[in-house]
Ligand binder design. Structure first.
Ligand code: GLU
Ligand code: ZN
Length: 271
């Protein structure tokens, strides 16, 4: 397919106006290009994913006028593929086991958490476990200094966006590729699934822009094709605060129940 977009929510809460905007934007970009649109459920966090939210996602999106091929890919079925990729990176000597708890990391950073520099996944890991060959339940981290050998570039439309190697190391650091509890991570799963599903264009919120250089790096390392990215504006509440997953007040279902039409939703998000 020349142009394939996706919307990839996690079924951990009701879809709100921000999700509606994201899904409709991806859908419209696919339509404009004469391309296709997929729905994928990012449900690796099985402790937080709920069947009722899966149903609600289908209902809300159909109600908005969207359609997609079935069956919908569910990430929890892809754990073997994630494990393979992890092994590949491990064989390349780019990973290490990390047994740190949040508290260990906070202690290693010394300073109060608020002062520590933040990367796309929170505080930048101080490297405590690197070279330690830790045993027992561990997260698997990417050794960023080994993994990045040059600047990392992805495309925002036709515009190249480059993150210098030093910035990858200093502002992102040794990210978690596989969490202790679920054996994978958002970054690893999203990159493998976009490639597996042949996604050519990724449309998602600007909140995920800091994660995109990580995804470009993983695509390079794993020899995967790189989609083109479009990071869209975020939907904010009247106080200018970005809508959170927990923001049930702006759930699409709530507006539906109050008699809003899909057209009303489009207007609310500025489409
Ligand atoms: N599953 C992610 C979320 O719920 C989005 C993933 C993506 O679009 O790359 O925010
Ligand atoms: Zn550690």
């Amino acid at each position: 397919m020349a142009h394939l977009e996706r919307f990839a929510p996690s079924p951990t809460g009701p879809l709100h106006l921000g999700h509606a905007f994201s899904a409709l934007t991806a859908w419209e970009r696919a339509q404009a290009a004469g391309g296709g649109f997929l729905l994928r459920l990012e449900d690796i966090d099985t402790a937080r994913s709920r069947a009722e939210y899966v149903q609600a996602i289908f209902e809300d999106l159909h109600w908005l006028g969207l359609d997609w091929p079935t069956p919908v890919l569910r990430q929890y079925t892809r754990l073997p593929a994630y494990r393979n990729a992890l092994q590949k990176l491990d064989k390349m000597g780019l990973t290490y086991a990390c047994t740190c708890t949040r508290r260990d990391i906070a202690n290693a950073l010394g300073a109060p958490q608020e002062g520590a520099p933040l990367g796309p996944d929170g505080v930048i890991y101080p490297g405590t476990c690197k070279g330690q060959n830790r045993q027992g339940p561990a997260a698997i981290r990417l050794d960023m200094a080994k993994a990045v050998t040059g600047d990392i570039t992805y495309f925002e439309g036709s515009t190249p966006v480059t993150t210098p190697r030093a910035e990858m190391i200093e502002t992102i650091g040794d990210i978690v590729l596989a969490r202790k509890d679920i054996g994978t991570s958002y970054h690893l799963s999203v990159v493998l699934d976009d490639a597996f599903q042949g996604i050519t264009h990724v449309t998602r919120g600007a909140d995920l822009r800091p994660a995109t250089p990580i995804h470009a790096l993983l695509q390079n390392l794993l020899g995967l094709p790189a989609p083109v990215y479009h990071h869209h504006r975020l939907i904010r509440d009247e106080n200018g605060k970005r809508l959170a997953k927990r923001d049930d007040a702006r759930a699409i279902a709530k507006y539906r129940a109050e008699g809003a039409s899909p057209q009303d939703i489009r207007k609310m998000v500025g489409l």
